[in-house]
Design a protein around this ligand. Structure first.
Ligand SMILES: [Zn+2]
Length: 432
C-alpha cells in the first residue's frame, strides 16, 4: 500500500491544506461565530460549542478540514495535553500548527482547532482514547502517539482493555500512520502490535496497577525493573528511543541529544521523549525539538505557581490512580501542605471509587485538606489512610487556613479548572 499524499514527506515541505467552500464554509463560519459569542459572554472557551455547531451543520467537516494537512494524534490516559503541547512547540519550527490547546479532545474540539487555523499545514490533536478510532478515520493521521492506558472515568470508559481494543482497531485501520508507542506500557504495546510502522519509546510506566495481568491472555505479568514478558509471546519491545535519566541524554536512531523538561517528575521526561520521537520523525532536527520541548514551563495551567495572598500555590492535575502515582513523586517536600480537590462531574467520571486505589497514605505528616464537590468521599478515604485532615468543599477556603508559604494543590479535571479560573480572576482583579 502506498502512502496517501498528505502523509508523504516531500522535499517541498508539507502541502497547503485544502480550503473549504460552499455549505462547509457556512458551517465553519457559524461555528466560529458561536465560539466567539461564547467567549464574549463568558460562557467558556468556545471551542466545544463552536465545533459542535459546525459538526451539526456539516457532518463531514472534520474530514474536509483535515484534508491536505499532516495530522499528529496524541492519545492515552495521562499526559495528552502536556505531550501535545510539546509536539506542537517542536513542529512549529516547520511551520504553522493547528492545535487544540485547551484540551477539548473529542471531534468538536478537533474541528474547532482546525477551523481556527485554516492555513496550518500541520495539526497536533490531543484525542480522547475512546474517540481515537473515530477521529483517525476522519483525519487519516500522519502519526499516532500512544502514551499509556490505565483506568479512568470508570462509568464512561468501563474497562481499560476495551479501550485498548478500540485503539488497536484504529491502529490497524491506518497502516500508513507511524505509531509512536510507549514500550513500557503492556496495554499500549498490545494496542500497537498491529502497527506497520511502530516506533517504540521507553517512556516509562510508573503505574502497573491496571496491567497485573497480560492484556492478551490474562496470565500474571511480572512487575519489576526488568523488561516484562508473557508466556503467550507478548513482550516488551526493544525501544528505539530511550532516555538515560541520570544524564538526561535521549538516544534514538542516529540521535543523541540532551533532553530536559522544566516540568516536574519522571513522567514528564517520558512525555518529552515521546514528543521528541514523533517530532524527529516529522522532520524536526533533534536538538531543535529538544530545545523547544525544554522551554515549556507549564501547560494549560498545570505546574503553574500562582501567588495567592500569603501562599504560593503549585497547581497539579491528577484524575486517576496512575496520574496520582506520578503526582506523588512530584510532592517532594514532605512537610509542604497539600490541598486535594475532587469533583465527580461528567468530565471527571461520576464514579469516585478510584480514590481507594490512590496511596493517599503518603500524605501523612503534612497539613492536608480534602476539598471539592466530593470532599466527603475524599475525607473518608483519607480517614481510612489515617491521614489527619480538614474537610471543606471550597479549596480556596481550605487554602486560607494553611500555614503561610508554598502549598501544593492537587485537583482532578473540573476541580482543577474551577480553581484555576478563580485564582486567575483574583489576580486580574488585583486581589494578589
Ligand atoms: Zn500473555
Amino acid at each position: 500500500m502506498t502512502r496517501s499524499p498528505q502523509n508523504s514527506l516531500t522535499a517541498q515541505g508539507p502541502a497547503r491544506p485544502n480550503h473549504v467552500g460552499g455549505w462547509s464554509r457556512v458551517a465553519l463560519r457559524a461555528g466560529l461565530t458561536t465560539a466567539k459569542l461564547s467567549r464574549r459572554t463568558g460562557l467558556g472557551g468556545g471551542s466545544i460549542i463552536g465545533g459542535r455547531v459546525t459538526m451539526a451543520l456539516d457532518p463531514g467537516a472534520l474530514r474536509r478540514l483535515a484534508r491536505g494537512r499532516r495530522v499528529v494524534l496524541v492519545s492515552g490516559t495521562n499526559g495528552k495535553t502536556t505531550t501535545s503541547h510539546m509536539v506542537a512547540a517542536a513542529l512549529r519550527t516547520l511551520g504553522p500548527v493547528a492545535h487544540n490547546t485547551a484540551g477539548s479532545n473529542m471531534a468538536d474540539g478537533a474541528i474547532a482547532a482546525l477551523a481556527e487555523d485554516l492555513d496550518a499545514s500541520w495539526a497536533v490533536l490531543e484525542v480522547d482514547e475512546l474517540h481515537l478510532a473515530r477521529i483517525a478515520e476522519q483525519v487519516d493521521p500522519f502519526a499516532m502517539v500512544l502514551l499509556n492506558l490505565t483506568r479512568d472515568q470508570l462509568d464512561r470508559a468501563a474497562e481499560v482493555r476495551a479501550t485498548a481494543t478500540a485503539i488497536e482497531r484504529a491502529v490497524r485501520a491506518h497502516p500508513n500512520a507511524t505509531v509512536v508507542a510507549n514500550a513500557n506500557d503492556p496495554m499500549v504495546v498490545w494496542a500497537a502490535t498491529s502497527a506497520r510502522h511502530p516506533v517504540w519509546a521507553g517512556a516509562g510506566s510508573a503505574w502497573r496497577g491496571d496491567t497485573l495481568g497480560c492484556p492478551r491472555c490474562a496470565r500474571q505479568l511480572p512487575v519489576g525493573p526488568h523488561p516484562w514478558t508473557c508466556e503467550c509471546g507478548l513482550t516488551q519491545p526493544t525501544p528505539s528511543w530511550r532516555i538515560d535519566t541520570g544524564t538526561e541524554i535521549a538516544h534514538g536512531p542516529g540521535v543523541s541529544v540532551h533532553l530536559a523538561t522544566a516540568m516536574p517528575g519522571q513522567v514528564n521526561l517520558g512525555n518529552a521523549l515521546m514528543a521528541l520521537a514523533v517530532s524527529v520523525h516529522a522532520g524536526v532536527p533533534a536538538d531543535t525539538a529538544a530545545t523547544h520541548i525544554a522551554a515549556l514551563e507549564r501547560v494549560a495551567g498545570r505546574y503553574a505557581r500562582i501567588r495567592h495572598g500569603r501562599h504560593t500555590v503549585r497547581l497539579l492535575l491528577a484524575k486517576n490512580p496512575a496520574g496520582w502515582s506520578a503526582t506523588m513523586s512530584m510532592l517532594d517536600d514532605p512537610t509542604r501542605p497539600v490541598v486535594v480537590a475532587v469533583n465527580a462531574r461528567e468530565a471527571d467520571g461520576r464514579d469516585t471509587s478510584w480514590l481507594w486505589d490512590v496511596e493517599l497514605e503518603h500524605l501523612a505528616g503534612r497539613p492536608v485538606a480534602a476539598c471539592g464537590e466530593r470532599a466527603a468521599d475524599l475525607g473518608v478515604r483519607l480517614s481510612y489512610a489515617e491521614v489527619p485532615h480538614r474537610t471543606s468543599t471550597d479549596p480556596l477556603a481550605a487554602l486560607a487556613d494553611m500555614p503561610d508559604g508554598e502549598v501544593d494543590l492537587v485537583a482532578n479535571y473540573t476541580a482543577f479548572h474551577a480553581v484555576l479560573r478563580r485564582l486567575d480572576a483574583d489576580r486580574s482583579g488585583g486581589g494578589i
